[in-house]
Design a protein around this ligand. Structure first.
Ligand code: GSH
Length: 204
């Protein structure tokens, strides 16, 4: 079975990877490296991810970082949530790059400035700008979901997981999805999957 370590606390981008390992039903050791306390800068951790960021994995000696790359690797390795054709595989890569380049930054702006930053550091204008910048990608996503209700093929795959895990920030930030009903429903269903619920940070 091998020896898998997942680095990074659930309340970070490591959530995306924890969700994936739960979907795959893998045995793993969770190493809850935090991003705010210097532990991601220790020499031991820098030997896993020289960027000093979470998440990362060590899979039987393979050290890998970048949340989307990790999830694509794990799905392909275990042959689950992984598309069965080259064309669908290409689309899973497409959606994973897309969500990082088109969605992550504005979603994070909305999250930081509506929820995560201390109140005196929040700038509502930056949150609203983030929400505004999400309109076009949300429209693209809504159209893409029209055919089967999933991003690639006709069942839940790594593409849905990668995109939904990033968009979970927009949902937390109370971005208005009412103009994108397919996205709203697809996102709610994805985030309610048992593996996603299990991976989510436990709130007191
Ligand atoms: N593109 C990377 C980003 C990783 C990242 O920035 N993680 C944050 C936590 S969510 C982090 O480690 N921040 C610490 C820092 O930047 O010093 C990925 O998706 O894995």
């Amino acid at each position: 079975m091998g020896n898998l370590k997942v680095y990074g606390v659930a309340g970070s981008r490591a959530y995306r990877v924890l969700w994936m390992v739960n979907e795959l039903g893998l045995d793993y050791e969770h190493v809850p490296i935090h991003f705010g306390d210097g532990s991601a800068r220790s020499p031991e951790y820098l030997a896993v991810n020289p960027n000093g960021r979470i998440p990362a994995i060590d899979d039987d000696g393979l050290k890998l970082w970048e949340s989307m790359a990790i999830n694509l690797y794990l799905a392909k390795k275990h042959g689950k949530l992984w598309p069965s054709t080259l064309q669908d595989e290409a689309q899973a890569l497409q959606w994973s790059f897309w969500v990082m380049t088109e969605v992550e930054k504005p979603a994070l702006a909305a999250l930081l400035h509506r929820m995560f930053l201390p109140e005196d550091m929040r700038d509502p204008k930056l949150a609203d700008e983030g929400e505004q910048q999400l309109q076009k990608p949300l429209e693209v996503l809504d159209q893409a979901l029209a055919k089967t209700g999933y991003l690639v093929g006709s069942s839940f795959s790594v593409a849905d997981l990668n995109v939904a895990s990033v968009l979970s920030w927009a949902r937390l930030a109370r971005v208005d999805f009412s103009a994108f009903p397919r996205v709203k429903q697809w996102l709610a269903a994805a985030l309610q999957r048992p593996a996603a619920v299990k991976a989510a940070p436990k709130r007191p």
